[in-house]
Design a protein around this ligand. Structure first.
Ligand SMILES: Nc1nc2c(c(=O)[nH]1)N[C@H]1C(S)=C(S)[C@@H](COP(=O)(O)OP(=O)(O)OC[C@H]3O[C@@H](n4cnc5c(=O)[nH]c(N)nc54)[C@H](O)[C@@H]3O)O[C@H]1N2
Ligand SMILES: Nc1nc2c(c(=O)[nH]1)N[C@H]1C(S)=C(S)[C@@H](COP(=O)(O)OP(=O)(O)OC[C@H]3O[C@@H](n4cnc5c(=O)[nH]c(N)nc54)[C@H](O)[C@@H]3O)O[C@H]1N2
Ligand code: SF4
Ligand SMILES: [Mo]
Length: 704
């Protein structure tokens, strides 16, 4: 207990990707309120509505509190409570049987996005000897940005809102941080930068909450951002706005890039992106001339089948304008923590070869991948069909694939084909309802960990402390460690405390010491490349990437039409004349979570889709009407939000919708679930295997 006059506990909120320093107040061991920590270098007292409602999550009557074993048929909703000892030994026994019979690769592991146990899942998979773990983000989220940054600049970047010099110009590109932060930095830092005078440009088919603070909006046609970025490079180079000194000294391949973008003018891009050439030119000039400037890039760039080259094109803009690692620019991380001990040397080489999709999608699953994982469509296909071999078991740690993976109906088939499904979660979800065992996970106030923020760049190390308990809920890491012991896996003799101390070694402190200080915040160093160069083969920023070339991918970024769209598939247009984007976030919900939290649900009672006034007029739809949204894959029901703040061809559907109150009808899991509409089929991005969640063709009709 520390740090606050009324004896509150000081820790970090992890209801989303986390990062807000907080004080938690307990009464009789239960969380009663959570308040922002004014001294936290990340949030300085601020919190979002979800975090503030943490007590409602923590104390919800539907929280899972004891391990459950299925009594009747799969999905019948009949459970019996069992002890941890029984659950762990039975599950370990079944895993052991399967690994001996058909090999550990036939056991898959699925996890959700960015949780405390993220790297521990990778460790557990390696120790178990299975190459087949997945997370529904990865190829569709963050891995393209991280990998491209590593290949291009030798490290990941984040906008510098923290030093004395602040960004003058911010480009929000397929990213809506006022709603979605902290995915990188926190919403509050962005808001403060804008309030302090930074000027914004929004590149997004929707004029978002963040966009309302911007002076220029480029409503891009979904999945065509690579063309937009190439045209901006064309302007920056063609009009001599690049940083000549930085390019000369620190960039590799400038002449090749210059020749490559020569004909890729704003007029060329207007034809593709539907954004006016004049606005493309304006955005490029604003970004290049007003230094320091940052690019807030997000999911809008990744959920398409040209994710590698789209993200690369945007990445190069930072370099040629000299905005890298300067005060108020996009800074390379300090990486204050030692890399998580993932036991990757324990995964035998022949297991590596069996990773599903790895030979094709080398930057997702191959040896050069940032965090090698399996290709989700290949994994679920292997579950359903046994091709190239049968996936027999799946262990889920904080993942609800029926809602978060593309093509929900195939996911359903996949889950039903398993011999063993184990789900660890806070609540009974539709995916957990299909399991053989359901294990109760600890809430964030009930877990401990060391975490670096902002994510991936790790400029600050934080201690998250375990401050209370609920029922028999356990931290996911504990569950994996207990299974490891029973299976005699490597690393089973090390506790989470060992791991945390190992991570902190470069800072010269232990977890117990960090807990007392709450966070460690070494001074930021800029222009680190001046000491050792960039961490790339040429020691420079690689505008032209030999690494990509050697792997068989384009060394310079290029645009590719999305396979389903007004240009590539005009034959489908008569039935599906609009462009669908899914999953633009809302403040109240984190993915499929929170639908049972009364106060949040009252703020957003129903699933919504946004469409343009002209579409509504054409279809006789009024704001608040129920509509049917359909694609070639299926149809769902949502309420219409009619607006002028969206590209007139685009319809934006929320994701993650299920109805915890409708247990009798399997939570109506297919009724308003955006992933009934999405496509998990080829083509995929050739390097990451990304599938399309945005930029698909759809139709909308009023539901009578
Ligand atoms: N409240 C809340 N916060 C979250 C989450 C959540 O579920 N709820 N999820 C977390 C996770 S895992 C992630 S990955 C992040 C995501 O955070 P962001 O990167 O901000 O992602 P989104 O809000 O999904 O999408 C950003 C914008 O992309 C736009 N967009 C769609 N298609 C395109 C396109 O083709 N081009 C361009 N330029 N823009 C496009 C959408 O209109 C949307 O406004 O948020 C994290 N934070
Ligand atoms: N159509 C469409 N689909 C998308 C996206 C999109 O934009 N459009 N976005 C994609 C992206 S970027 C991402 S990252 C994924 C996210 O996908 P997931 O991370 O799978 O998100 P959820 O489906 O909400 O599942 C998370 C589950 O974890 C549980 N949980 C929360 N905390 C803990 C914990 O500490 N331990 C355990 N064991 N469980 C916990 C929650 O109750 C919830 O059931 O969705 C992807 N799916
Ligand atoms: S932004 Fe995330 S970490 Fe911060 S209060 Fe909200 S849920 Fe918690
Ligand atoms: Mo994500």
């Amino acid at each position: 207990m520390a740090g606050n006059p009324d004896g509150a506990y000081r820790t970090v909120c992890r209801l989303c990707h986390g990062g807000c320093g907080v004080f938690v107040h307990l009464k009789d061991g239960r969380v009663v309120s959570v308040k922002g920590d004014p001294e936290s270098p990340m949030n300085r007292g601020w919190m979002c509505v979800k975090g503030i409602k943490s007590p409602e999550f923590a104390n919800h009557p539907d929280r899972l509190k004891r391990p459950l074993r299925r009594k009747k048929g799969r999905g019948a909703g009949q459970w019996e409570e069992i002890s941890w000892e029984a659950a762990l030994s039975e599950i370990a026994g079944r895993i052991d049987g399967i690994r001996k019979e058909t090999g550990p690769e036939t056991i898959a592991i699925g996890q959700g996005t960015g949780r405390h146990h993220y790297m521990h899942v990778v460790r557990f998979a390696n120790a178990l000897g299975t190459p087949n773990w997945y997370e529904p983000g990865l190829a569709q989220c963050f891995i393209p940005r991280i990998t491209v940054s590593n290949i291009t600049y030798g490290g990941f970047v984040v906008a510098d809102y923290y030093g004395e010099v602040k960004p003058k110009r911010i480009i929000f590109w397929g990213h809506n941080p006022l709603i979605t932060g902290p995915d990188g930095e926190l919403a509050v830092s962005v808001r403060r930068a804008l309030d302090a005078g930074a000027k914004g440009v929004l590149i997004d088919p929707r004029r978002t909450e963040t966009g309302r603070h911007c002076e220029l909006w480029l409503p891009v046609r979904p999945a065509t951002d690579a063309a937009l970025a190439l045209a901006m490079i064309n302007v920056v180079i063609g009009e001599g706005l690049f940083d000549g000194e930085f390019v000369e000294k620190w960039c590799y391949g400038f002449e090749e890039l210059k020749a490559h973008v020569k004909g890729l003018t704003p007029e060329w891009a207007e034809n593709i992106t539907t954004v006016k050439a004049g606005d493309i030119r304006k955005a490029a000039i604003m970004y290049a001339e007003e230094k320091p400037a940052v690019i807030e890039w997000g999911l809008g760039l990744e959920q398409n089948i040209n994710s590698l080259q789209t993200v690369r094109a945007v990445a190069l803009l930072r370099a040629i304008t000299g905005n890298l690692d300067i005060p108020g620019g996009d800074m390379l991380g300090m990486n204050v923590l030692r890399g998580y001990p993932t036991l990757k040397d324990k995964l035998p080489p022949d297991a590596l070869k069996k990773r599903l999709g790895a030979d094709t999608f080398k930057l997702l699953g191959g040896w050069r991948a940032f965090m090698p994982s399996a290709h989700i469509p290949a994994l679920f296909k292997a579950m359903r069909t046994g091709e190239p071999y049968k996936i027999r078991a799946l262990l889920l740690f904080g993942n609800n694939p029926l809602l978060s993976v593309a093509n929900s109906r195939e996911v359903y088939e996949g889950l039903n084909s398993l011999e063993l499904l184990v789900a660890t979660d806070l609540f009974m979800t539709p995916s957990a309802a299909l399991a053989d065992y359901v294990l109760p996970a600890a809430f964030w106030t009930e877990t401990e960990q060391v975490i670096g923020y902002p994510l991936v760049v790790e400029n600050i190390a934080y201690a998250q402390s375990r401050i209370n308990e609920t029922g028999e809920c356990r931290q996911d890491e504990w569950i994996m460690d207990e299974l490891s012991k029973r299976l005699g896996l490597p690393g089973a003799d090390e506790t989470l405390k060992h791991v945390m101390d190992y991570q902190l070694e470069p800072l010269g402190i232990t977890y117990e010491e960090l807990k007392k200080r709450h966070f460690a915040h070494p001074k930021h160093e800029y222009k680190k490349y001046e000491k050792h160069g960039f961490r790339t083969p040429s020691r420079k920023v690689e505008l032209y990437s030999r690494t990509l070339e050697r792997m068989g991918y384009g060394p310079l970024p290029a645009f590719k039409e999305p396979p389903e769209g007004p240009v590539s598939s005009p034959d489908v247009l008569s039935d599906f004349p609009y462009i669908l984007i899914t999953g633009a976030r809302t403040l109240e919900f984190f993915h499929s979570e929170g639908r049972q939290i009364g106060s949040l649900r009252r703020l957003r009672p129903e699933p919504r889709c946004e469409l343009h006034q002209t579409v509504a007029d054409r279809r006789g739809i009024k704001d608040g009407d129920w509509v049917m949204l359909s694609t070639k894959r299926g149809s769902i029901k949502m309420k219409a939000s009619v607006t002028e703040d969206i590209h007139p061809m685009v319809i934006s559907a929320e994701h993650g919708w299920w109805f915890p109150e409708k247990k009798e009808s399997f939570y109506d899991v297919f009724e308003s679930n955006a992933n009934v509409l999405t496509n998990n089929g080829p083509p995929y991005d050739p390097a990451f295997g990304s599938y399309q969640l945005r930029g698909l063709l759809c139709n909308v009709t009023r539901k009578d």
